[in-house]
Ligand binder design. Structure first.
Ligand SMILES: Cc1ncc(COP(=O)(O)O)c(C=O)c1O
Length: 397
């Protein structure tokens, strides 16, 4: 496999792909997008084919014409454990720690239900992925935000002093920790994760760690460190959520898993899932996960290199634009682009980009008022098309 695999144009129009269809719906803030010029760079799914090992595995299973009730196989659990050992350097994951969920948000939601009561406050860093906001709100809990701040080198950092104050003042017993962080792309360093764990441990706060982006370390000098791997305390107070969905473009199959070492915590999460049987995962999703984790490593390595080149291309372009600033992220396939040199509120920029076909994620939903998020997991030709279109919108320096 080489970069030409990811260069391939995969026609997704007409397949019901949300990324390629949603712009047609006239919503409250609707700006028409010219259909022939459309380059969707918003929702976090990829315009790449998934790994061949996944397709083969699923095809093979489809050939056996019975799709009744099945148990996750030992092969499934072994594939997960082996992926964590070889990709994240954590050989500690065992079959009994793993619970299934229909999605990562469902897993995070189960932890929210297990460890807080309606009306309680939950700590999270800001900016923040929209899904956390809606899930927590829908479950009748409140998010308390601790903003990330840029240090003197322009690196987004957590403000531990403020987090401590917020925990005490708001009687917080659960933190949602996003690692790597969407949308800033931070891949947290070990000392940062240790600080989060020690702070929470000291104040009796449990952590639900969302590591859906664990595979997306695009800066070769960084490494994803599973939150639970930093200490024994972390194993006691953290439940972590993973899925092959982001990494291999499988979100439409619905399926994820959590890892929880602490039995009491795990039993509570399990109870939430078993109550409505939402802990049952689709047969084909299990097959896809095995295909991903046993045969997809080369795909991920090549894909990350490809995505990095896309991000560099886009950042190089933005650096020529007046009023626009962006850094290459350490992780994820997105770019978190700041337009504060052009506006106080990004709506106007978002709309201008839609008018030339480029659809982005509106940063306001993430509490980034002057930001747009660009998804670079697409054939390079799409990035080139977007850049060409954006030249009609932005002035060069
Ligand atoms: C941090 C984070 N968590 C969860 C999700 C959603 O995952 P799922 O579709 O499995 O709920 C996303 C999707 O972009 C995400 O960025």
């Amino acid at each position: 496999m080489d970069s030409t695999f990811f260069d391939k144009h995969l026609e997704r129009r007409g397949t019901g792909a949300f990324k390629w269809e949603a712009h047609k719906n006239p919503g409250p803030y609707y700006t028409p997008v010219p259909e022939e010029d459309v380059v969707p760079m918003w929702i976090a799914d990829m315009d790449f084919e998934t790994a061949p090992s996944i397709v083969e595995r699923m095809m093979e299973r489809v050939k056996h014409p019975a799709y009744g009730y099945y148990l996750p196989s030992a092969e499934y659990f072994d594939a997960i454990a082996n992926w964590h050992a070889t990709r994240y350097g954590n050989p500690m994951v065992k079959r009994e720690y793993i619970l299934n969920h229909t999605s990562v948000l469902a897993g995070v939601g189960a932890a929210v239900e297990a460890f807080t009561l309606p009306g309680e406050n939950i700590l999270i860093n800001q900016t923040t992925y929209t899904g956390f906001q809606s899930t927590v709100k829908n479950l009748g809990r409140n998010l308390v935000y601790s903003p990330l701040v840029k240090d003197e080198k322009g690196v987004w950092r957590m403000n531990f002093e403020e987090m401590e104050k917020l925990i005490v003042a708001n009687k917080i017993s659960l933190m949602i920790f996003c690692s790597p962080h969407n949308p800033t792309g931070r891949v947290w360093e070990k000392w940062e994760i240790e600080n989060v764990v020690n702070l929470c441990g000291k104040l009796g706060v449990k952590i639900v760690s969302d590591e859906i982006w664990a595979d997306f370390v695009v800066d070769p000098t960084c490494k994803h460190i599973p939150t639970q791997s930093v200490s024994d305390l972390a194993k006691e107070i953290v439940t972590a959520n993973y899925a092959p969905s982001k990494t291999f473009n499988l979100a439409g199959l619905q399926g994820s898993y959590s890892v929880t070492y602490n039995k009491q915590m795990r039993d509570k999460i399990d109870k939430i899932g078993s109550t409505t049987h939402s802990n049952a995962v689709s047969l084909l999703t299990l097959e896809a996960c095995i295909g991903a984790y046993t045969g997809g490593a080369e795909y991920v390595d090549e894909m990350l290199k490809y995505v990095r080149k896309n991000q560099e291309l886009m950042v190089d372009y933005f650096n020529t634009c007046e009023g626009v600033s962006v850094d290459l992220p350490q992780g994820t396939y997105v770019l978190w682009v700041n337009f504060d040199g052009l506006c106080d509120d990004v709506g106007v920029i978002r709309d201008k980009l839609r008018e030339v076909g480029v659809i982005t994620t509106d940063g306001r939903g993430f509490h980034g008022k002057t930001y747009l998020r660009f998804n670079c997991a697409c054939p390079r030709a799409n990035c080139e098309k977007a850049i060409k279109a954006m030249k009609k919108v932005f002035k060069s320096k």
